[in-house]
Design a protein around this ligand. Sequence first.
Ligand SMILES: Nc1ncnc2c1ncn2[C@@H]1O[C@H](COP(=O)(O)OP(=O)(O)OP(=O)(O)O)[C@@H](O)[C@H]1O
Ligand SMILES: [Mg+2]
Length: 443
Amino acid sequence: MSLFGASVLVLLGFIYHSTAGFMERQTEETINAEVRGLTEQYGQQGLSGLVRAIESRVARDKNGGGLYLLTDWKFTPLAGNLKEWPNIEAVRDGWADTELREADGTRLSARLKYFLLPGNHHLLVGRDVAERNTVEGLIMDALVWGLVITVALGGLGAVLMTRGMLGRLDVINRASREIMRGDLTRRIPAKGTGDEFDQLTGNLNDMLDRISVLMDGVRHVSDNIAHDLRGPLNRIRARLELALPENGEHSANRQVLARTIADIDEVLGAFHAILTISQAEAGSRREEFAVLDLATLAEDLVELYEPLAEDKGLRLRVDLTPGLTVSGNRHLLSQALANLVDNAIKYTPAGGEVGVELAPGADGPELTVRDTGPGVPPEHRDMVLERFHRLESSRNAPGSGLGLSLVAAVAKLHGATLTLADAQPGLRVTLAFPGVEAAASQA
Ligand SMILES: Nc1ncnc2c1ncn2[C@@H]1O[C@H](COP(=O)(O)OP(=O)(O)OP(=O)(O)O)[C@@H](O)[C@H]1O
Ligand SMILES: [Mg+2]
């Protein structure tokens, strides 16, 4: 901004300097021409010729601004339109500037050239420069105003431009933050002007498209692996079961085989989870939606997990409000709730408590599973929803990090909001279903 102001100042200064200089040179040239004429007259016709020439010029040039004065050696005027010899202080190269009074008494500023003629006659030829000074003043005023207006407009422009730029950067930043929070389908809005910001936006969006395609590719590959390996694994499992010796419960052979079957079951479980998550995310299970009573669904599940909780020395507290329904996929919702209860039981140390609650929420029913275990630190609550993400502290527990991913996918499929919160102590996971109208528009 100050650089801009300085360059405008330099430019206007240059304009002033050249115009003023030009006008000054013009005055001097006019005077020089007059002097040449008069000197000629003097050379040809002597003093009387000079007097006549001066008088005719004065007569001709009534308002033209020409100033003449010829005096004898005592400075007594002989000819010209100046009443008396002016008070000239500094004469440089024959030039002098002075304020003087004309024959009719008006005051004026003059630029004069002074000559000493043979016979000690003094000659002054000059011009009234009042007009020039006025014009110079006007130019100066115009330039100063020009400077003020240019700088003001420039400043305003700079402020508006900066604000516009920051505004657009803010749009990009906000969209990027939302995308980073996990909504990869979102795109940064462009303004449509085709400027650099739109190009940046376009590039970022293209990049996101590319990332989406790559991620879909990765997902596709893992789905394919899960899908294709299920067949051979099932066959291996079947053969191992056949190979299990009928009797001899505790033989070493039998134990090895049984443990291998259990491991294969775990891998099959993970593959099943991967495929279910993909299906839920793709929305292909929406056709199987039906109106479900959530309390019944939860009750069945709790019954299934009660023995497990008891074995681990956990209290299971159930509080279900009856009559709350949602439109959904029974199998997927049961699986999601099972994963939450499974986590609560798995990660809560003996002596703790696991709670399953169903209550009407702000929009639709809210299903909550809470425990008194170690909980999930706030900064990890988004990440544990991603596939295969497990906290460092639970690496020793069995599992593959797919449980909560499935819950998240099922929540999304049902238009429900999944929230992980601090149960002080422990984790509190809530599935908040949409209201009836929202659910209807969703389906
Ligand atoms: N109730 C909980 N208390 C404390 N930590 C939890 C709880 N639920 C989940 N977590 C943490 O979140 C991680 C992800 O959970 P998720 O259910 O997705 O996977 P997992 O339980 O490790 O494996 P899987 O569910 O596939 O058997 C867990 O590894 C654990 O670190
Ligand atoms: Mg789990």
